[in-house]
Design a protein around this ligand. Structure first.
Ligand code: NDP
Length: 403
């Protein structure tokens, strides 16, 4: 039975919809500035993704008051929105929602009941290094001399159905450009400012899919593999390992890069700045827009499968509380670690009786990273722990982002 379940869990998330034709890709898709990529596939040239900078908002001090300032990237949907809401509701944090569409942010904030006095939406297009730099300038104009207290790098794209790669304005494959390089630049540009804050924390959201020591990352193919990082030598590569484009693998690779970045930030800056650097796995939030590329049947079945078969399912709200905890909980003051809840997802969940906060007993699925359970320090996979590769990743990312 267990084997069947593991086999199923390995199979279902890998059932990608049939590839779309390039004609159906969004207008912003398929761009490159690099001759390397032009040689690989023919792509129409289109306008830049980042069209114009935002007029800086100022006088933030008046609205922030005594609250701590936290930036959340990708706060306009899913985990980022739920975390922004969870942080704001404590009354201790003022949230800068760093998003590509500020109007959408204001709309969804209203829908989930976030008060306009608790946040400001600021434009951040992670598919453009210029936008990342503009965002940092705007953030500094807004907050003036007060330091930034916390940074959550949460935004991501997952493009498993794309037959050919999309490229950022700077010519990077979209998953590596948005998920890794954009955040790499952002975090590095903010370290100097954050070191002036007391107990500052940076969290880059990771995933078990990038950890090959889990069911999701080890049994579900394609597996993450950075190879010799040939794809980080110059813009234009389709994959980090220098191979042919595979959207599902590109996402997993980017998550390995995210977790490696956390370890390198910790190694390079924790002692000298006092900043806490961490990664986390929120559980499988099977209903978020991350799965927008998947077919409708998949989007309906996947949450049920994760809830009732693997036990890895967690709701957006609970996942948001988990991410907020990495910033707010005194237990998360340790740097260089990877936080998880309710098991390391190296097996499917087991139904166990557990005493709840009210003292009553109830059933809970334990061990698969899903709803419920407690916070614990998880183990990074060997890919993430490869220090030599991490240094190469760092040097190449510095060069690619022009730091
Ligand atoms: P969503 O798609 O709901 O959220 C992703 C966010 O990233 C959106 O707000 C999106 O903006 C933003 N974003 C995408 N592209 C860009 C860009 N170019 N510039 C700026 N922002 C961008 O997915 P999730 O909430 O599920 O994912 C959040 C994080 O959680 C990711 O890091 C993901 O890897 C991680 N994660 C998710 C899991 C899950 O099961 N869902 C499991 C493990 C980890 P917009 O609102 O405009 O679309």
């Amino acid at each position: 039975m267990l084997l069947t379940v593991i086999a199923l869990s390995a199979l279902l998330p890998s059932l990608h919809p049939a590839p779309r034709t390039s004609a159906l890709l969004p207008a912003s898709a398929a761009r490159t500035h690099s001759p390397l990529a032009v040689a690989a596939v023919t792509r129409p040239s289109t306008a830049p993704i980042y069209q114009s900078s935002e007029t800086p908002k100022v006088l933030g001090g008046l609205v922030i008051g005594t609250r701590q300032l936290v930036v959340v990237t990708g706060a306009s949907s899913g985990l980022g929105l739920a975390a922004a809401k969870a942080l704001a509701k404590t009354g201790k944090y003022y949230v800068i929602c760093a998003v590509r569409d500020t109007k959408k942010m204001d709309q969804v904030a209203k829908e989930v009941g976030m008060k306009s006095s608790d946040y400001t939406a600021m434009k951040l297009e992670l598919a453009s290094l210029k936008s990342v730099r503009d965002f940092v300038v705007n953030l500094k104009a807004f907050k003036a001399i007060r330091p930034l207290n916390h940074l959550i790098c949460n935004a991501a794209v997952y493009l498993p159905a794309d037959p050919i790669p999309r490229f950022t304005d700077d010519g990077f494959e979209m998953s590596v450009g948005v998920n890794h390089l954009g955040h790499f630049l952002l975090a590095n540009l903010l370290v100097d400012d954050m070191k002036k804050a007391k107990n500052a924390r940076v969290c880059i959201v990771g995933s078990i899919t990038g950890n090959t020591n889990t069911i999701g990352g080890g049994l579900v193919y394609p597996r993450a593999n950075l190879g010799d990082l040939a794809g980080l030598e110059a813009p234009g590569a389709e994959m980090v390992d220098g191979g042919k484009f595979d959207g599902a693998k590109a996402y997993k690779d980017s998550k390995v890069l995210n977790m490696m970045t956390v370890r390198e930030l910790h190694r390079r800056y924790h002692e000298s700045t006092g900043i806490t650097f961490a990664s986390m796995y929120p559980g499988c939030i099977a209903e978020t827009n991350l799965f927008r590329e998947k077919r409708q049947w998949f989007r309906q079945l996947f949450p049920l499968f994760m809830k009732y078969v693997t036990g890895g399912y967690v709701s957006e709200d609970e996942a948001g509380e988990r991410l907020a905890q990495v910033i707010d909980d005194s237990r998360c003051a340790k740097s260089g670690v990877y936080w998880s809840w309710n098991g390391n997802a190296q097996q499917v969940g087991a139904l166990k009786m557990k005493k709840g906060e009210t003292g009553k007993y109830g059933w809970e699925v334990q061990g698969a990273g899903g709803a419920g359970g407690d916070l614990f320090e998880n183990a990074f996979s060997n890919d993430v722990l490869d220090d030599q590769k991490a240094r190469i990743m760092w040097d190449r990312s510095v060069e690619l982002t022009g730091l």
